[in-house]
Design a binder for this molecule. Structure first.
Ligand code: 5GP
Ligand code: MN
Length: 338
């Protein structure tokens, strides 16, 4: 737990102007933790705004007050104004200001007291208050710990619970990874607060459009390569695929995980041609960490079993580079427990 939590509690005892921010291309954990903290701080009587560097996926459109999020890409002046006047800035689900581009620069210059809640490796110690735990399943799990640690669990309700459940559900892939006895105890409490787990799963995971399923079919049928020698699977998408399948932000979420369904595959790579960069998403099973590959070869990082990065080379050159680094990890891969 945060060692100076008493000071944080004292700061939160009086109404403040608070900004919550999260990472670019926010996922369920980024959105869930942001809205969870938003509803919690609102209840405490603070004036709260959420700033996201970029648009959130439609699949979370049902979440209460999500439309109030200020998107930096479309409303930079409004985002800058609220960040500048904030007394406090909560940084959720990211741990380095350079991961949030321009918003990071604004936060660096802002006078507000910074609070980080995050579960990624290697946090940068920029905030005054830090709850960073890489063993946690999700930032949402840590938000629950923070509310508990502040001694304010009486303010929990089913709305905050739904937000936190959303992040836990998406970051654990429906309780498949990063689970623990502690997490299940938290989840049990969230259900006692009135969270309807079946309804949430249905809203989040059964919300595909026809085009999403066709895109998945295309990826698996035409764009997948399995490298048996390296127990690795690769799916690539070209710029043309983005046009042909009308792919929007968030539409490719989860595709990388299908590669792990192959018994022998321990490492999955999803490599996509974006307007200015080539993005690489990495996943792994068991002991083998993809974090180092992302960090050392693709300017990225993340978690042991889920990392990402990018490259300024072409799609084919990036794929070649990825294949080129596999031999140096071969022994480690063979030795790793699945
Ligand atoms: P995804 O593959 O879903 O985009 O990202 C999986 C995880 O990898 C994220 O939770 C994040 O921790 C990490 N990640 C993805 N892209 C980047 C990146 O460009 N830089 C860093 N440092 N981490 C990334
Ligand atoms: Mn997360």
């Amino acid at each position: 737990m945060m060692e100076n939590i008493k000071e944080l509690k004292a700061l939160l005892a009086y109404p403040k102007d608070i900004v919550i921010t999260t990472h670019r291309n926010p996922d369920g954990d980024a959105i869930g933790s942001s809205l969870g903290v938003y509803h919690f701080l609102n209840k405490l009587g603070h004036a709260v705004r959420i700033v996201s560097p970029s648009e959130y996926p439609d699949v979370f459109g049902w979440m209460k007050d999500i439309e109030k999020i200020i998107i930096y890409d479309t409303e930079p002046e409004e985002a800058q104004a609220v960040i500048q006047r904030a007394d406090m800035i909560f940084c959720l689900d990211f741990n380095a200001l350079d991961r949030i581009d321009k918003v990071g620069e604004l936060i660096e210059k802002a006078r507000g007291v910074k609070v980080m809640v995050d579960h990624h490796l290697y946090p940068e110690p920029f905030p005054e208050f830090m709850l960073s735990d890489t063993t946690a399943s999700s930032t949402c799990e840590l938000v629950f710990d923070l509310i508990t640690g502040l001694g304010w669990k009486e303010h929990m309700d089913h709305l905050i619970g739904e937000c936190l459940f959303t992040g836990i559900l998406t970051d654990t892939g429906s309780f498949k990874y990063s689970t623990s006895a502690k997490l299940f105890r938290i989840v049990a409490e969230l259900i006692e607060f009135g969270v309807d787990d079946y309804r949430l799963q249905d809203r989040i995971f059964n919300s595909m459009k026809e085009k999403h399923l066709r895109l998945l079919g295309h990826c698996l049928n035409n764009r997948m390569e399995i490298l048996e020698e390296y127990q690795t699977g690769i799916i690539t998408l070209t710029k043309e695929d983005y046009v042909d399948f009308d792919i929007q932000r968030g539409d490719t979420e989860g595709i990388v995980n299908f590669l792990l369904k192959v018994k022998k595959v321990k490492v999955a790579a999803f490599i996509t041609e974006q307007p200015t960069i080539v993005k690489i998403s990495l996943r792994s099973k068991g002991d083998f960490s993809v974090q180092e590959i992302a960090r050392q070869h693709f300017k990225g990082g993340g978690h042991k079993n889920a990392s990402g990065g990018y490259s300024f080379q072409s799609l084919s050159a990036t794929v070649r580079r990825f294949k080129g680094v596999l031999p140096q990890y071969k022994d480690q891969l063979m030795a790793s427990e699945q």
